[in-house]
Design a protein. Structure first.
Length: 60
């Protein structure tokens, strides 16, 4: 049986529910971004995802 409960401690679910598909680059979709973020440290795409999620701060 599939667990269809909403786990409120899973803050990454906002990527699926609160992010418009138009807010993401064309090669990324909400569900794929969410699945890659929940993989954690063993994700080979983590450096790329971190650049997208946390761009370098430009103080100017």
């Amino acid at each position: 049986m599939i667990d269809n409960k909403i786990h409120k401690e899973n803050y990454l679910r906002a990527l699926i529910t609160d992010t418009s598909p138009f807010d993401l680059p064309i090669i990324i979709n909400n569900e794929g971004l969410y699945k890659n973020l929940i993989k954690g440290e063993d994700n080979p795409y983590l450096p790329i995802i971190n650049k997208l999620m946390y761009p370098p701060h430009d103080p100017t």
